[in-house]
Design a protein around this ligand. Structure first.
Ligand SMILES: *[C@@H]1O[C@H](CO)[C@@H](O)[C@H](O)[C@H]1NC(C)=O
Ligand SMILES: *[C@@H]1O[C@H](CO)[C@@H](O)[C@H](O)[C@H]1NC(C)=O
Length: 214
């Protein structure tokens, strides 16, 4: 009797989940790490200059959504098909705490920053995320235990006889044309107000809960 009552309910609910236009609906395993999300809409929004994190964040916000990531391989494969060969902005950015550590401890060293241990290991808390409805474990596991920080640099400011180095390092997660994750600059270089990225990011990945119209 209970089964008979429950089954039609589940089918009705699942059948009626509605995503915004051009978003894909994914079923997810609800856990504490994804805000117990059972179904989620993830969409690729084409937009120019998504190199800049605040702009990418704004485009998702305009769609009443947030920056997002795939939660598993199946979602990654579907998102790769959806975005085609575009390089796009996705959720995830170094925590301010780890940026501070990078600037303080690592800038004088060889060109690969080694996040071996502790908080700033990519598997731990190097990254912070906008989206509470996606478990970032799959993303974190796709990173090696170390992340090279090529193309870091500084703008030198001369004050009297001394030089102050104003550091810049890539710190935002992007998805490249081939579907791999990369860390990129995501603010304008204050020296010339230009973007500092290797590629043009021409879209953004956004996520939102489906609607369930009655
Ligand atoms: C958690 O999920 C519920 C819907 O299941 C949603 O209403 C709520 O906004 C989510 N929490 C956050 C912080 O996004
Ligand atoms: C992406 O695909 C389009 C059309 O399929 C092509 O014109 C363009 O050159 C490709 N871009 C890259 C970076 O491969």
């Amino acid at each position: 009797m209970i089964l008979l009552l429950i089954f039609p309910l589940i089918f009705f609910t699942e059948g009626s989940a509605l995503c915004p236009k051009d978003f894909l609906l994914f079923k997810r395993t609800p856990t504490a790490k994804n805000n117990f999300t059972k179904e989620y809409c993830v969409g690729f929004i084409p937009f120019f200059d998504m190199n800049f994190r605040e702009d990418a964040r704004s485009v998702c916000a305009f769609m009443e959504s947030s920056l997002a990531l795939p939660e598993n391989q199946q979602e990654l494969d579907a998102i790769k098909r959806l975005k085609g060969n575009y390089s796009i902005a996705v959720d995830g950015e170094y925590s301010t705490h780890c940026k501070a550590r990078l600037y303080r401890e690592e800038f004088g060293r060889p060109p690969y920053y080694n996040f071996e241990k502790g908080e700033c290991n990519p598997k731990n808390d190097l990254f912070v995320f906008d989206d509470p409805n996606t478990d970032p474990t799959f993303f974190k596991n796709s990173f090696p235990a170390w992340v090279g920080v090529p193309r870091r640099g500084y703008n030198a400011i001369h004050i009297g006889d001394s030089e102050v180095k104003l550091y810049r390092a890539p710190s935002c997660v992007m998805m490249e044309a081939d579907g791999w994750f990369a860390i990129e600059h995501c603010t304008r270089n204050p020296r010339n107000d230009e973007k500092d990225t290797l590629h043009e990011y021409l879209g953004v990945l956004c996520g939102v809960h489906p609607r369930y119209p009655k």
